[in-house]
Design a protein around this ligand. Sequence first.
Ligand code: HEC
Ligand SMILES: [Cu+2]
Length: 380
Amino acid sequence: MSWKSRQCAISVSRGERPWWAGWLCVGLVVVALAGRRVDGAETGDNGELTPPARQGSARQDSTQINSVFDTVSPPADSIRDLFYLVTAITGVILLLVGGMLIYCIIRFRQRKSDRGEPPQLYGSQPIELAWTVAPLLTVFVLLMVVIRTVADTRRPEIKKDAEPVRVRVIGHRWWWEYQYPDYPGLTTANELHVPGSAKDRPRPVHLELESADVVHSYWVPRLAGKTDLIPGHKNMMWFQTEQEGVYRGQCAEYCGTQHANMLIRVVVDSPDTFKTWAAHQAAPQQVDPQFAAGLKVFMERTCVNCHAIRGTEAKGTVGPDLTHLATRKTLAAGAIDNTPEKLAGWLRDPQTDKPGCDMPSLRLTEKEIQDLVGFLGSLD
Ligand code: HEC
Ligand SMILES: [Cu+2]
């Protein structure tokens, strides 16, 4: 009997799928894999470059790819290593079990000469022992490495000469608030600045995570794993890196309509640059009298109820602290770039850029918008 007719005989006799169904599945998998390759190619060959078409936009401005495999910080490293180990172990098991299965299917398939049932065997102590002990050992090894990784990601190795940086991260729908307890007054939003480490000068970053409303999750894949921000409960996480640059992240726990626009930018500066940045950010805002008109609109058009600008009367806490706003690269948690045009658009109607967000459309006049854009743009 030819191969094809045997296939047909089987499918007809058992009323199963037609012979080409299997090939269709294989084809679909190949197409899916090819699609993925195209996706990957778009991010650039060396894994570093942003595709030119998207360069300059708030979401893609970083030169770093947001990959869990391209790690630069100990907690992220240990999670990646755990992934490789678990994949290797389970891969070997898959090959063993799959291999034996395929071997048995082919080696012991029904032959023409077979009559009746094959011999039935019951109980084999060696086999029973093997399939009890082997999984036990495997599970034990996996458990141990998981416990180790969890411990690694929870607490940093305490080194004597380490100079930790502490930051309080408060998740809001749909933006991030950062407070630096070691720099009194320093409150900023959405863009986290931290110093990089050097071999002889480790600068671990300790984040204390809280939420103002619902559960959010802090995730910057190249620096650390996800940690939830839970209302009424403090969580800790840490990271440390010697590689300066911008790292992108994202809220990783669905928290409402604008969850996808709750992006994170972590800027790792040289220790000196960070020190200058922190001192500048902690200082109250100097308002240039040239922009008094804008400040007046700010105070009169309810902005002041929700936003604080340290050094002025504005002390609202509903929205982001706008002190030194002009030093930020993006607005509204990475939803838009911080440019005069985008800022004007935001003030015209925040609900267009970020539908459902907690800043209402205030129906400002064009004159008020221009005054505000000038004023906010001067907050450097
Ligand atoms: C009802 C409270 C409320 C009022 C009133 C309000 N805002 Fe906002 N504002 C917010 C919230 C909340 C956000 C964060 C939105 C987000 O990213 O989801 C925000 C974001 C912003 C941002 C972006 C800040 C950043 O760092 O991303 C700017 C700029 C801003 N508001 C300016 C203004 C101005 C100017 C006014 C007055 C015309 C105003 N806001 C009135 C609540 C308010
Ligand atoms: Cu969130």
